[in-house]
Design a protein around this ligand. Structure first.
Ligand SMILES: [Zn+2]
Ligand SMILES: [Zn+2]
Length: 303
């Protein structure tokens, strides 16, 4: 099952007790990293996560608190003698910023594949991590192009060996059937996967949105997520107007979206450095959405 660690919970700048917002999702020893602000590789060490597991980096946008950790992180990966490719996805608008950051990392011993995303909803299969993992992106409403991401991991249905034995299917065909492929046996019989598997299981879904005003489209995007990670710069409603001007949202906005989207758990993140006690408004937030967690750095979940 995927293991999720929120490496930091800060926005704008790293503090001595709060790294910048970045999410690490590991599945079977391969990981996706979302955002990489200054100090992200230090947060990896702090939370005992392995840089070498990263296969893919998703960047929401090119503001410094989301990207300036990239060169250091890539150079460290190079120092670990990495040779396998690394994929980086980001909104096309930020192409120059990403390339400039990478220009600091001369002679990396591994290829970096850059994928720029148009400012429209899109999705793709993350085969380098798992063929059952789909990643979706949607443009959000910051003052400058920014994407939210959703990771959906389909689960194979339960395999019933007793049914396979009853049908006298040789063991070497079981794996293919469990993967959802039909097989033709040497005796000419065609076996369908549903003859030996149970009902399909609900996928695991993780949605990550930061640096945006609240948007109606976020409700469908985060719908039924097991975990929704969303920014909440402040917990004081009197900051609403300023957040709206700056292209951000309040903790209360995130709770409203989580409630309407029917997510299981909401982790708040990307607190303003001026928000020194984000947990102070926990009770008020729970009245809007009871499964809200005012996250701290290192918040961890195994789904
Ligand atoms: Zn930010
Ligand atoms: Zn921003």
């Amino acid at each position: 099952m995927p293991e999720i660690c929120l490496l930091g919970t800060g926005g704008m700048l790293p503090l001595k007790n709060r790294f910048l917002t970045s999410l690490f999702v590991e599945y079977h020893g391969k990981a996706v990293l979302i955002d990489c602000g200054e100090g992200t590789q230090v947060a990896f060490a702090q939370h005992e996560k392995k840089l070498s597991r990263i296969e893919m980096i998703l960047i929401t946008h090119g503001h410094a608190d989301h990207v300036t950790g990239l060169p250091g992180l890539l150079l460290s990966l190079g120092n670990c003698s990495r040779t396998q490719p690394l994929d980086i996805y980001y909104p096309r608008y930020w192409e120059r910023v990403i390339r400039n950051l990478l220009s600091v990392c001369d002679c990396l011993p591994f290829p970096v594949n850059l994928h720029s995303l148009e400012e429209q909803p899109c999705s793709w299969t993350a085969g380098q991590i798992d063929p059952m993992l789909k990643i979706s992106a949607m443009p959000v409403d910051h003052n400058i192009p920014c994407m939210g991401y959703s990771l959906t991991l389909r689960k194979k249905p339960v395999f019933h060996p007793e049914q396979a034995k009853a049908l006298e299917i040789p063991v070497q065909y079981w794996k293919m059937l469990h993967k959802g492929e039909s097989v033709t046996l040497p005796d000419g019989r065609v076996i369908l996967p549903e003859q030996v598997t149970g009902d399909s299981r609900k996928p695991v879904k993780i949605t990550y949105i930061t640096d945006s005003r609240p948007l109606t489209e976020m409700i469908a995007f985060a719908q039924d997520s097991d975990l929704f990670i969303c920014e909440g710069m402040y917990g004081s409603p009197d900051k609403k107007q300023s957040m709206n001007q700056k292209g951000h949202m309040l903790m209360q906005d995130a709770c409203q979206i989580a409630s309407q989207a029917g997510v299981k758990t909401l982790w708040l993140t990307h607190y303003s450095p001026a928000e020194t006690e984000p947990e102070a408004c926990q009770d008020e937030l729970k009245a809007i959405f009871p499964a809200v967690v005012v996250s701290k750095d290192g918040e961890y979940l195994n789904l």
